[in-house]
Ligand binder design. Sequence first.
Ligand code: HEC
Length: 214
Amino acid sequence: MTNNRHRTVSLRLAFPLLFLGLTACRQDMHDQPRYKPLAASDFFADHRSARPAVEGTVARGHLRIDEARYTGKISGEDIDQFPIPIDRDGIERGRTRFNIYCTPCHGRLGDGNGMVVLRGYRQAASYYSDKLMKAPVGHFFDVITNGFGAMPSYASRIVPDDRWRITAYIRALQFSESAKITDVPADQRQTLPVEPPPSGIAPSAAAPAQQGNR
Ligand code: HEC
């Protein structure tokens, strides 16, 4: 009788122990052995856990053999033709990217009087200067890619093709600067705002809200 009770007690103990033992050997997928970023490793001769990319590999989406498209230059000279097709959708896309990334300094009109400038940042360039009216498109691409003077580079935020689309939109802005009412197709003239934006210190801030702003 006593013997029997002992056996039950030890069995009762043995089962949880066995269970614990089993779980200790188990490795779930959510707990995979791995190195923390930049951790040292004794396994590799150079003691780095992160392996260098195999020479000649190119990260997906980073194959850039088209010099004009990815540098805005051919043999060091700014190109003056868009290296990608630019259609209406492309210009629209350029407008939205421009409004996000460039207007804080250059203003919606591109006159260089964006809100950050009005608050004391270095005067941004006006796209209507003689120099920029005549500048080849590759120059705009280059400025967005590498920055210019006080202006930082936007390469990490704007993908190359969008830099071209922004440039196309800037060209449209430049064109609109000297556009006459007769340049607008007759059937679309009545859709234009009747009131010109008020002149003054902040024409950009006073620019009418654009419709369908994405
Ligand atoms: C943080 C403010 C700021 C932002 C945002 C900014 N710029 Fe500029 N940009 C400047 C300033 C300031 C200058 C004048 C540089 C100088 O004189 O040092 C300038 C100059 C330029 C020039 C003239 C370069 C030359 O040849 O004189 C171009 C073109 C230009 N920016 C395009 C852009 C575009 C396109 C964007 C958006 C992708 C952009 N900028 C966003 C501040 C800015």
